[in-house]
Design a protein around this ligand. Structure first.
Ligand SMILES: NC(=O)C1=CN([C@@H]2O[C@H](COP(=O)(O)OP(=O)(O)OC[C@H]3O[C@@H](n4cnc5c(N)ncnc54)[C@H](O)[C@@H]3O)[C@@H](O)[C@H]2O)C=CC1
Ligand SMILES: O=C(O)C(=O)Cc1ccc(O)cc1
Length: 366
């Protein structure tokens, strides 16, 4: 497999290193970075096999190209690569915002004669560090990796990308780009803004003795770690997700104003509830409870060497509007002969599929 990686920083470098770890014999990785030192280091360490001199013909054999640059340059990279790539090449990005990037890329693709596939991606992992030096071959382990196909993305392209994400050690989740931007504004973009604003607060209120700086430890350092992130990356994220971030900020400002009033009125029960409710909800994050969007509901179906059985079952389920999240053959000793594993995104879909398959005389295990 030929893989291209444009931008060999924290995320691009980590994709290269991880693919080399899991795929070394089967992949040839071509890297490009405007910073030639990052590319040279990646080649020297064996994370990539070849450095491209430009966004050109060297990428023509790639099956998949990961665009790992700051959000504002993703569309420009697609535009430059398009004349050179194979028509069945999958282009994917890892940018932290999706709707505006995907809109720009789709405009470029629709105005071009070359028909390539583009599918948005966003690994929900990273760090406050940046650059190739900060990349690792384990960054994606057990992290959620959001995929945002557009309505025109064929199912098999989504399927290939889900498999790539799993090879990286991550958990694929499919979201609509607009929902992705709302969700990440809440859980990622707003917290980065809050972390930086807390640091500003200390900096602006500190005197020449720097005592606030000295005292800012423990919790303050925990909550502000992400304020050390790359400002160029965050400048791009804010500008490309302006509306959801503004809506979130307004909501957050309102909640702070409400707390200010609670404090002013010395409503001790309300103050207790504020901390208690947040604490109870925060505690559930450590229980490994995953939200419904990441859950997979699986059944197993006997499938003894019947030709076309996968197509038969897939057609039966889709004709009843049941979406298959994943399908594959299981070779486990607990099942004597061929068994199909079928995964669904919702429990209700799994139940519906189970009843339908039993009705059609399939043997189903849960
Ligand atoms: N930092 C993080 O934790 C996460 C970042 N992201 C997204 O990943 C992308 C990259 O972020 P990082 O890897 O953290 O940044 P980084 O700063 O570590 O790496 C970016 C790399 O892209 C290169 N680059 C910049 N413009 C380029 C261009 N036009 N052509 C080729 N190379 C170019 C830079 O020289 C640098 O090596 C961003 O879009 C960001 O939103 C996604 C998830 C997590
Ligand atoms: O360092 C952290 O905790 C992060 O939150 C990293 C991060 C930064 C940007 C993203 O789009 C996703 C994850």
């Amino acid at each position: 497999m030929h893989i291209g990686i444009i931008g060999l920083g924290l995320i691009g470098g980590s994709i290269a290193k991880t693919l080399k770890k899991v795929h070394a014999q089967n992949s040839f990785i071509i890297g490009f970075d405007t910073d030639s030192l990052s590319a040279a280091k990646a080649l020297e360490e064996g994370a990539i096999d070849h450095i491209a001199t430009e966004l050109g013909a060297e990428f023509s054999k790639c099956n998949v190209i990961f665009i790992c640059t700051p959000v504002s340059s993703i569309d420009m990279v697609v535009e430059k690569l398009l004349p050179f790539i194979a028509s069945d090449c999958i282009l994917t990005d890892i940018g932290s915002t999706k709707e505006s990037v995907m809109k720009k890329v789709e405009d470029i693709l629709s105005g071009h004669t070359k028909k390539a596939y583009f599918i948005g991606g966003h690994p929900m992992t990273g760090s406050e560090q940046s650059g190739y030096e900060a990349s690792t071959n384990y960054l994606f382990e057990n992290a959620y990796y959001i995929l945002t196909p557009s309505p025109g993305t064929p199912d098999f392209i989504l399927f290939i990308m889900q498999k790539m994400v799993e090879r990286l050690g991550a958990i694929p989740i499919t979201l609509e780009p607009g929902y992705h931007d709302f969700a990440t504004a809440v859980v990622s973009h707003l917290p980065h803004i809050i972390a930086s604003s807390l640091v500003h607060l200390v900096k602006n209120q500190d005197g020449c003795e720097h005592s606030l700086h000295t005292l800012a430890a423990g919790g303050f350092k925990d909550i502000t770690r992400i304020a050390s992130s790359n400002p160029t990356i965050w400048q791009d994220i804010c500008l490309s997700n302006k509306a959801p971030i503004k809506a979130c900020l307004e909501n957050y400002i309102a909640s702070l104003t409400a707390f200010c009033q609670t404090l002013e009125s010395e409503d001790s029960q309300a103050i207790y509830n504020f901390f208690n409710e947040a604490g109870r909800y925060r505690d559930t994050f450590q229980d490994g409870i995953k939200s419904d969007i990441a859950k997979v509901f699986t059944i197993f179906v006997d499938a003894e060497d019947e030709p076309g059985i996968i197509a038969c079952i897939a057609t039966l389920l889709s004709s009843h509007s049941i979406n298959i999240k994943d399908i594959g053959i299981v070779n486990q000793r607990e099942f004597a002969s061929g068994v199909l594993r079928i995964a669904f995104g919702k429990k209700s879909e799994m139940e519906k599929a189970k009843h339908l398959l039993i009705k059609h005389n399939y043997t189903v295990y849960c």
